[in-house]
Ligand binder design. Structure first.
Ligand code: XIL
Length: 392
């Protein structure tokens, strides 16, 4: 018995050792592969110089484009230098929290029949004071819903709630909004529906027509605003992104076929070099397909996550800058693209510090200005992309 036990345990040990060797080989090859990917992303000789002392908004305007960013009432009110940097560089602004149902320290919708416009009015006044074109973000989203929503909203009252929300909010700012993200992130092929729609409280309570309804209500409340559908995960050469591009395009085609009052697609543009492969041709084709529907395009929330990049700041900044310039030189070739907004202007206030932190705990560096509001290579990269873009 003892002999058999010894043989069995020896066999199991060798099996475990083999499995460990195999799995560590896989891990090591993945690390090497990622290292090669990173090396392929970096070109130490790449030139990011810019000419002329012009701001980003001036360089964008020279090509008939707008450049903007997001921030919050709390940050702007407490940081005059940051506000000044935004006003200097931006011709467009989108509030990060204040036009959502609830987000951060702000609640536009404290109750089923209640509104608190204090923060949203402050943002609208800030934009008007500094002549910033204002984007409304966002009327219908499955995130940023107040606590009372899930226990209160049902098939019987959802349409009344949506109608009241859109008519009340959109009418209040009618004439002050350049464009609304009417519906945000409504596509998720992994939810398994043939139409690719994300299964959300809005879909479950109102049915598939909620998107068309939201656009019609918004158009009726502010006939001047451009109305956009906004989504993420559309940028890279992966099966998931390809499936999402296909599903978004089908949604846009369905809406256009129903004469839904939609004017454009917002592509969020949250990029992740070192995680996904970028294929310029595939993105160009998608942009051309969207433009062929007569739709405009805005890159609505661009940033470059660095949580898959090495810690070295010089190398990281170079790869982040190259990512900005390669992506923007691709998208700006499509003249249906009318604006680019980064999701923040300074690394100090990027949501990625919390949402995509680095495993080495180093501060993230995704945006055009550093923590001290100094220009980085990323700023140069965006400037160069505007300088080299075709005129609209
Ligand atoms: C994020 C904000 O940056 C965070 O501060 C907030 O807590 C959650 O929302 N896609 C969107 C944006 O459309 O509204 C999200 O903004 C980022 C992802």
């Amino acid at each position: 018995m003892n002999q058999i036990f010894k043989l069995t345990s020896r066999r199991n040990f060798l099996f475990a050792l083999g499995a460990l060797a195999a799995s560590s080989t896989v891990v090591i090859s993945r690390i090497l592969e990622r290292h090669q990917d990173i090396e392929a992303l970096d070109n130490p000789q790449r030139n990011f110089t810019v000419t002329q002392e012009l701001s980003l908004k001036q360089r964008a305007a020279a090509k008939g484009l707008f450049y903007g960013t997001t921030s919050t009432k709390s940050l702007l009110a407490a940081n005059p230098a940051y506000m000044a940097a935004i006003v200097e560089n931006c011709s467009m602004f989108v509030p990060e929290w204040e036009f959502k149902w609830t987000a951060g320290d702000t609640t536009l919708r404290p109750g089923f029949d209640k509104f608190d416009f204090t923060a949203a009015d402050w943002i609208a006044d800030f934009a008007a004071t500094h002549k910033l074109l204002l984007r409304g973000h966002t009327l219908v989203w499955h995130e940023s819903l107040p606590k009372w929503f899930k226990d209160t909203v049902n098939r019987e009252n959802a349409q009344q709630l949506l109608q009241n929300h859109i008519q009340t909010v959109v009418k209040r700012y009618a004439g002050k909004i350049h464009s609304w993200d009417v519906v945000n992130e409504a596509i998720e092929p992994d939810d398994g529906r043939d139409d690719g729609l994300r299964i959300t409280p809005w879909l479950e309570s109102l049915g598939t027509n909620y998107i068309d309804l939201a656009f019609r209500l918004t158009a009726e409340a502010d006939p001047k605003a451009l109305l956009f559908y906004n989504d993420y995960g559309l940028d890279y050469d992966t099966p998931k992104h390809e499936a999402k591009r296909t599903a978004v395009l089908k949604l846009l085609e369905r809406l256009k076929s129903k004469d839904t009052p939609i004017h454009g697609l917002g592509i969020q543009g949250h990029l992740s070099p070192g995680k996904y492969k970028f294929n310029s041709q595939k993105l160009r084709q998608f942009l051309a397909d969207v433009a062929s529907l007569g739709l405009k395009i805005i890159i609505t929330e661009m940033d470059v996550a660095d949580n898959y990049l090495p810690q070295d700041i010089t190398l990281r900044d170079r790869i982040i800058a190259a990512t900005y310039e390669d992506y923007l030189s691709t998208v700006l070739d499509e003249t249906a693209v009318i604006a680019v907004l980064t999701w923040g202007l300074s690394d100090r206030y990027s949501w990625l510090g919390e949402f995509k932190p680095r495993s080495d705990k180093a501060a993230v560096r995704p945006l055009p200005l550093d923590q001290k509001l100094r220009r980085k290579l990323a700023w140069n990269a965006i400037a160069r992309a505007f300088d080299n873009a075709p005129i609209r």
